[in-house]
Write a protein that binds this ligand. Structure first.
Ligand code: NDP
Length: 399
């Protein structure tokens, strides 16, 4: 209960703010701060309940500390970019305030994400008696909670996890990304990686694909093996795990554009000289692409994100599939946003709600799968992301 300070005012933030405002019994006061004040004010203007806004550069720790001291929040919720994670964690430690985010730290000059940098904060948070919750979005976030829920209620041991992230939505543009273009393209163009028998195996980017019939008649999509950050934390936290993979659907148009952009060097993240100025091609590309926060009114169709999980139940092999389907237009009607931001923003609000109401507690740095899945799963059903379980395999990904 109390004040929440939300940092970042992009697509995901818009949903977090709307959803927090729907729970005034927990989020008694909402303060939204970001680099561009007008973006905070634009989100605030969408709400019936008044919220406070502020300008902050989250890469400047002293400024952030001053803001946190002024606002006195019960929690800082970070939905800026992964580059800010460590700075915001530093400011939380200095001011004694718990922390939550949805994406793990990435150094701006290397397309590499690892939990190591944030896990290294564990002792400092533990000694300060503070909780930091990492990856409370959909993937990472809900997908990891799905795994621990299945472990708790459907299987005695988990042996394999296949996370399958499908977006059958259409925004009508030949090429656009559904969340921050820079982060999205860095992730998608990375080498594929999955965890098997205690080690990481690599594949060329987007070189392994399978057809997937999305449940509830959504259609058949091609899904591609990729690396995703929750594989690292699941490999560490799920006992008996033998293999963990992540698959994401991409349409023909997205892949064709991405290939051309890569071939001409537009996805590079090193600085190049242009007219006497240094520019980073991927950041320039971001400036040209549609803002993900603007896709809401024009995106139709549904997302389906779930996990196919196999293991042992009462000594016998068993496979289950657990998933959520989310409708882009229904999200837009509720919070003026498309489903990718919605499916990230709702679990971020739920993580914050569980921390602020004391249901999820701990001293140190935690990933969501280290906590009791039941209250989170109940909140998903209540807060707009209902889930289903099918007690059999829905796809053969191995032939
Ligand atoms: P956007 O680019 O739409 O928004 C990012 C916001 O952060 C912008 O308002 C930006 O400010 C602000 N920001 C950037 N740098 C700073 C800074 N130094 N100080 C203060 N504010 C800053 O991104 P999204 O909303 O799409 O994504 C937000 C986060 O959610 C990302 O970390 C992304 O990786 C994560 N995510 C997680 C998912 C999951 O399922 N776990 C799925 C999708 C996204 P400005 O407006 O001035 O640029």
């Amino acid at each position: 209960m109390g004040t929440i300070l939300i940092i970042g005012a992009g697509g995901v933030s818009g949903v977090v703010v709307h959803k927090c405002a729907q729970h005034p019994e927990v989020f008694e006061r909402i303060v939204l701060a970001s680099r561009t004040l007008s973006k905070c004010d634009a989100i605030a203007a969408q709400l019936v309940t008044p919220i406070e806004t502020a300008q902050v550069d989250a890469d400047n720790v002293p400024t952030l500390v001053a803001l946190i001291r002024r606002v006195q929040p019960a929690l800082v919720l970070n939905v800026a970019l992964p580059y800010q994670d460590l700075h915001i964690m530093d400011a939380c430690l200095e001011t004694g305030v718990p922390y939550l985010d949805t994406a793990n730290y990435e150094p701006p000059d290397t397309a590499k994400f690892e939990y190591r940098w944030q896990w290294d904060y564990h002792e400092r948070f533990r000694e300060a008696g503070l909780m930091a919750l990492l990856g409370s979005g959909f993937d990472p976030g809900v997908t990891s909670v799905f795994c621990t829920y299945i472990q708790k209620h459907y299987l005695d041991q988990i042996h394999t996890i296949d996370i399958i992230d499908c977006n059958a939505g259409d925004h009508g543009y030949p090429f656009a990304t559904n969340f921050n273009p820079e982060i999205n393209i860095r992730e998608v163009t990375a080498r594929g990686r999955y965890w098997e028998q205690g080690e990481w195996r690599e594949t060329d980017p987007l070189s392994v694909a399978r057809p997937f019939d999305v449940p509830e008649g959504i259609g058949s999509l091609n899904i591609y093996l990729m690396y995703h950050e929750e594989l690292e934390s699941l490999a560490r936290h799920i006992p008996h795990l033998k293999r963990a993979r992540f698959w994401m659907s991409f349409g023909e148009s997205y892949l064709k554009h991405l290939e051309v952009l890569q071939n001409v060097g537009m996805t590079r993240i090193d600085a190049v000289e242009f007219n006497g100025q240094k520019i980073i091609p991927l950041q320039f590309l971001k400036a040209l692409l549609p803002d993900p926060a603007s896709l809401g009114p024009r995106t139709v169709g549904k997302t389906c994100i779930g996990c196919q999980i196999s293991g042992l139940k009462d000594g016998a092999e068993k496979t289950v599939y657990i998933y959520n389907i989310c409708d882009h237009q229904a999200c837009y009607r509720e919070v003026q946003s498309q489903a990718i931001s919605y499916t990230t923003g709702v679990p971020a609000m739920i993580g914050a709600k569980l921390m602020m109401s004391g249901l999820w507690q701990g001293d140190g740095v935690f990933n969501v799968e280290q906590l009791d899945p039941d209250p989170f799963m109940a909140e998903l059903n209540r807060c707009g992301l209902p889930w289903q379980v099918i007690e059999q395999a829905v796809v053969d990904l191995d032939s």
